[in-house]
Ligand binder design. Structure first.
Ligand SMILES: Cc1cc2nc3c(=O)[nH]c(=O)nc-3n(C[C@H](O)[C@H](O)[C@H](O)COP(=O)(O)OP(=O)(O)OC[C@H]3O[C@@H](n4cnc5c(N)ncnc54)[C@H](O)[C@@H]3O)c2cc1C
Length: 380
């Protein structure tokens, strides 16, 4: 057993850290304040091979292993949680869906442009009435001649404005009960009848756009059906296993930034003629923050390792996500506490980190949903 990252993994981490600090960090705070999409940064990330990190090179990807991918997401999140989620969605939800369930024609047509960084991906599962209970979605895709006609609306879609290609879940059998009769499709953002009806204004990850999307008689070729008709919900759950490790990495990246900032501040800020870091109350906070982060990382590495070895990992992915995200909320909160009143001001990054942290407990399954998944797995 070896707890050390390999030399290759360390190199990837350092490479992404250098890129993120040079190209992303300088504009993170301003984009957060303005709620501005990182369009140019994302374009550059595509050119650098960060859209298809674990997709094999024969399909335009970077051919890394899953652990390298999560280590990279962690590094992106350390400087900008918005960029991290945009990349996580395009890698582990969009590109992976086509890689895992697409036929050879679909891989050539849709996966190669995504994985080679020419197109950005999005994932449309959630609806206004179907969040945690995603199986109760109502959008329909009805086969008419050679096309499926999609109608309905989708809620809270990451990169709704920026993405070029979406994985969309809709009912091909509207009469089927919850979780049944759902199919998955690849849909071009420019398809006639698909539009963005609202861009949300959010607490955190403000530089990543989140949109409500509407399908009005949107016709797509029947060749865009992914996998078999009716298998969509099973596919969505499988895809989310890997996605959750990506969100765990996002949380751990945010936590890393919070811990680093808190240690630096504790060593600099003086009260009562001493640095605040000399008070045991502050030292113990930092010790607890570091311990939670290290435990979260170990769960993440275990889940990524199982995923890359194609082992069953639903429980481990859920454990990794719930622990990393709840730790992140707690760690960023402690960081603000260590900064005192200054932590509440937007001149320092910790208030943004605290706002960004919360989302990791909500999307790709809330903490409650992760606990349902874990308990189901351990009790059967
Ligand atoms: C910024 C952002 C980006 C997102 N990006 C995407 C995206 O790209 N694509 C996409 O498809 N979706 C996306 N989502 C949707 C996200 O996955 C859902 O918001 C999430 O799954 C929760 O659904 P909900 O918001 O409807 O909450 P609800 O399901 O209404 O849950 C409300 C509360 O009830 C709890 N609850 C629900 N059911 C149970 C239960 N059985 N037992 C115990 N507690 C329960 C929940 O845990 C939560 O605390 C995004 C959301 C946000 C906020």
């Amino acid at each position: 057993m070896n707890f050390e990252l390999s030399e290759d993994h360390k190199l990837i981490k350092q490479y992404v850290r250098d890129f993120a600090e040079a190209e992303i960090a300088p504009t993170t705070a301003e984009r957060d304040r303005k709620s501005e999409c990182p369009t140019e940064i994302i374009k550059k990330c595509g050119e650098m091979g960060y859209f298809g990190m674990f997709i094999p090179e024969e399909y335009g990807g970077a051919g890394m292993d899953y652990l390298s991918y999560v280590l990279a997401i962690e590094e992106f999140a350390r400087v900008d949680a918005s960029v991290a989620v945009i990349l996580s969605v395009t890698n582990s939800l969009a590109a992976y869906s086509i890689f895992k369930f697409g036929n050879e024609d679909q891989k050539q047509k849709f996966l190669v442009p995504l994985a080679s960084g020419k197109k950005l991906g999005g994932y449309m599962l959630t609806e206004a009435g179907a969040g945690s209970d995603a199986g109760s979605l109502r959008a329909t895709a009805i086969l008419k001649g050679d096309n499926y006609v999609i109608n309905g609306s989708k809620m809270f879609i990451t990169s709704g404005l920026m993405a070029d290609t979406f994985i969309v879940f809709a009912k091909t059998d509207p009469e089927a009960k919850s979780g049944r009769g759902i199919s998955a499709f690849v849909v071009d953002a420019k398809a006639k009848g698909l539009s963005v009806s609202k861009k949300e204004n959010k607490l955190g990850i403000r530089s990543s756009d989140t949109c409500e999307m509407v399908f009005e008689d949107c016709e797509i070729p029947k060749e865009n059906l992914l996998g078999e008709e009716g298998d969509g919900f099973k596919m969505a759950l499988h895809i989310l296993d890997g996605g959750r490790v990506g969100i765990s990495a996002q949380a751990n990246g945010i936590s890393t930034a919070a811990l680093e900032n808190a240690i630096k501040y504790a060593n600099e800020r003086k009260q009562f003629n001493r640095t605040i870091g000399s008070f045991q109350a502050i030292q113990f906070k930092l010790a607890d923050m570091a311990t939670k982060l290290e435990a979260a990382r170990l769960l993440m590495i275990q889940a990524a390792w199982k995923k890359q070895n194609e082992m069953k990992c639903t429980k481990e992915c859920a454990m990794s996500k719930v622990f990393s995200s709840e730790s992140c909320t707690w760690i960023t909160n402690q960081a603000v506490q260590i900064f005192g009143g200054y932590g509440y001001m937007n001149e320092y990054p910790v208030e943004r980190l605290m706002r960004d942290a919360k989302i990791t407990e909500l999307y790709e399954g809330t903490s409650e949903v992760q606990r349902i998944v874990i308990s189901r797995n351990i009790m059967k």
